[in-house]
Write a protein that binds this ligand. Sequence first.
Ligand code: CTP
Length: 402
Amino acid sequence: MLKDRRILLVIGGGIAAYKSLDLIRRLRERGAHVRCAVTKAGQEFVTPLSIGALCGGRAFTDLFDVQSEFDVGHIRLARDTDIVVVAPATADLVAKMAGGHADDLASTVLLATDKPVLLAPAMNPRMWDNRATQRNVEQLKADGRHFVGPNTGEMAEANEAGIGRMAEPLEIVAAIEGLLASPAAAGPLAGRHVLITSGPTHEPIDPVRYIANRSSGKQGHAIASAAARAGARVTLISGPVHLPDPAGVHVVKVETAREMMQAVEKALPADVGIFAAAVADWGIDAPGAQKMKKGRSGPPQLSLTENPDILATVAARKSARPRLVIGFAAETENVIEHARAKLQRKGCDWIVANDVSPQTGVMGGDRNSVHLVTGAGIESWPQQSKDAVARALVAKIAAALS
Ligand code: CTP
């Protein structure tokens, strides 16, 4: 997909810049042409020499450099590309972009470009959480800029952890592919709207407590990514998860099953509905307005009420029913038997059944082994990564719609 695509990589000044060298290599392996602009601060972490050697050309460093203006010129650098990727996007670069500054080559190119821009932020978690940074990120999103990451994890600084790690090179590659997978690129789902639910739901007990489940959202988010890469317009309705928003996907964040139901209704019509969320079957009847206190009368009796079944509701719609309604079945025993029964009961077209018993490591893990249950029969797929399951499912969907 990246063969002969032109990518301008802007490297900012952060420790994560070393990963950008690997990113250049990964992009070129896939046949992309990569040009690099590196900020002054970026050159403190990676040298123009190593960047130039990896991208097979010179690294662009200065706005007022006669040679590079003669070679390409900053306006051509900004326009003569299919996409601009900023990695690492430091707090300073994010702020400059949000404010429209143009006082060096990188910021000038970013202001002058008319191409999609993808940012891979990398910074200390406190800088990321700072309201100024969050304001700038919101502004850039409103301006139509795209983001991949940041991820959660250990920081370069000792004993620091939190959200702020730059996305890994292959995640950035996937995000670039997602953004470049426009209908013009004629992916197999080009022109289709795919609606996906993902993650758990949280059902409040009182303002500080909730009922939840162990769903990580990894499988649903992977499907959203794969569908976007296949050219679909994707709406991902997600419960609370610790995952970055997939690139090129419209993400609607919800908390409870009822909110998820409403968001799904609002997002219809869709060509395909994929219901991968682990929706809580029950919510609390009347969540407390205040934090419950430990009383003398012993533990509280929680009265539960059944939540709407989102999948069954959509599958039963008379109007605006997606052509293909796909449910998931998370089972711990008699997987296929339960999945078959669920296909009937929910009225959907396919069920993706997986064994989520603790020993399988599926819940929260990166791999999955699924059975695809349809009216035509059952296919058992080998154990593979959740990304591979997502790609295979998207390929099946594309074939079914064509
Ligand atoms: N589902 C839904 N809304 C609910 C419950 C489940 O949309 N309130 C969807 C899930 O997203 C999944 C499918 O229904 O696609 C099956 O979910 P699962 O939890 O396995 O089934 P349940 O209906 O909850 O059945 P049970 O818990 O009895 O196995």
